[in-house]
Design a protein around this ligand. Structure first.
Ligand SMILES: C[S@@+](CC[C@H](N)C(=O)[O-])C[C@H]1O[C@@H](n2cnc3c(N)ncnc32)[C@H](O)[C@@H]1O
Length: 368
């Protein structure tokens, strides 16, 4: 007998509901998954389990690929992958995570850039420093970031250095330690820190972050190169998933779409766009706003992406969507996209990051 809708909605999948002890943070952020902070990613172990269940071989597509969790895990699980995202920084990050490297060349370039930074006197004419950088960084930190930015293009692995630069730029901002995600105004004076329970000072320099993250990046890329399957590749496409041609046929989709009003995916990496001069396509980002018109645009937009994706799937290939659909928008979205919900299970999400703790569930929708 076919399961009722209610049964489809209520099943909690204990196999996908890990506790902190079963799945500690260092495992959730293993190797390249922690090359750069990204708010709103799913965990690699979830992708691993979903691939094993629904797309055990072939080529997987993620039209909302974000920081590239699906792509990285696909490479580890022995699949080819393609990921698309509308945000340029996310695409840069995904390319850096999934590319294959000559580790000797990479190490020598990272070390060379760091030793040039060591020799830099930390002073830069004010006119060389963009406005955003002047506002959000102490003068020395600003000068070091701009110096590093200007040397990266001398190297073959410039994109790896750009990700190191962005990560250091995030850490070196004049913010409080407890508001790193979306700080509104620069913090220029010492402050009472809720996180460390003492008085803290805004960061004065960027050099130590650049050095530390260069070495950490090298270590993480090496670690990933030891576990990724031989001969598998990941393609990264920058664009609007409603219109992109994903190239070829896929054996399944594993994705987590944006959700209305939750995260601004361009804004969370504002410092990277400002420093690296990346192109911004904010108006194409789905999930902005929760007004009636905003929700209608969201339904239409996600349905258009899924309809577009359908055209690139092999016959019968599953579309696996991870979402906390508290507004119950997905039945309509799937119908509009011409997909049929086959299975729906719920997992308990253990969120022990920062101040966003508490009970949280998300659903896995399997449609065809
Ligand atoms: C929930 S996040 C995906 C996170 C990803 N699963 C991970 O683990 O990193 C949703 C992503 O959809 C992207 N996005 C929003 N609108 C888009 C569009 N029109 N086309 C392609 N990507 C879009 C956002 O930039 C964001 O990175």
């Amino acid at each position: 007998m076919a399961p009722t809708q209610d049964a489809l909605y209520r099943r909690i999948d204990l196999e996908l509901s890990w506790s902190e002890r079963e799945l500690p943070e260092r495992d959730r952020t293993k190797h390249v998954h922690r090359l750069h902070p990204y708010l709103g990613k799913f965990i690699p172990q979830l992708v691993e389990a979903l691939l094993a269940r629904h797309v055990p071989r072939g080529r997987v597509l993620d039209p909302f690929a974000g920081s590239g969790t699906t792509l990285v895990q696909a490479l580890e699980s022995g699949l080819d992958a393609c990921g698309a995202d509308v945000a340029a920084f996310n695409c840069l990050l995904m390319r850096v995570k999934t590319r294959e490297y000559n580790p000797f060349v990479l190490e020598s370039e990272l070390r060379d850039a760091c030793s040039r930074l060591e020799a830099f006197d930390g002073v830069r004419p004010e006119g060389d420093v963009p406005r955003f950088v002047r506002d959000w960084y102490a003068p020395r930190a600003a000068a070091e970031l701009v110096f590093f930015r200007d040397v990266v293009s001398d190297y073959d692995h410039a994109d790896v250095l750009r990700v190191v630069l962005a990560r250091a730029a995030r850490s070196a901002r004049r913010t409080t330690h407890f508001d790193l995600d979306f700080p509104r105004t620069p913090q220029r004076t010492p402050y009472w820190c809720h996180k460390h329970r003492r008085e803290c000072r805004p960061v004065a320099e960027a050099r130590r972050f650049l050095r530390r993250y260069s070495l950490d990046t090298l270590r993480r890329i090496r670690e990933f190169s030891r576990v990724r399957a031989r001969g598998r590749r990941a393609d990264v496409l920058h664009g609007d998933a409603r219109e992109l041609d994903f190239g070829g046929r896929f054996d399944g989709v594993v994705t987590s779409p944006p959700y209305p009003g939750l995260i601004d995916y361009h804004e969370q990496h504002r410092y990277a766009y400002e420093l690296l001069g990346l192109e911004e396509w904010r108006e194409l980002e789905l999930g902005k706003g929760t007004s009636r018109a905003g929700l209608a645009a969201y339904i239409e937009g996600i349905a258009a992406v899924l309809a577009n994706v359908r055209g690139s799937l092999r016959r019968g290939a599953p579309v696996v969507i991870v979402i906390n659909d508290r507004r119950d928008l997905y039945p309509e979205i799937l119908e509009r996209a011409g997909l049929r919900l086959e299975e729906r299970y719920r997992r308990h999400v253990n969120r022990r990051t920062g101040r966003r703790s508490g009970e949280f569930f998300e659903d896995v929708l399997v449609a065809r």
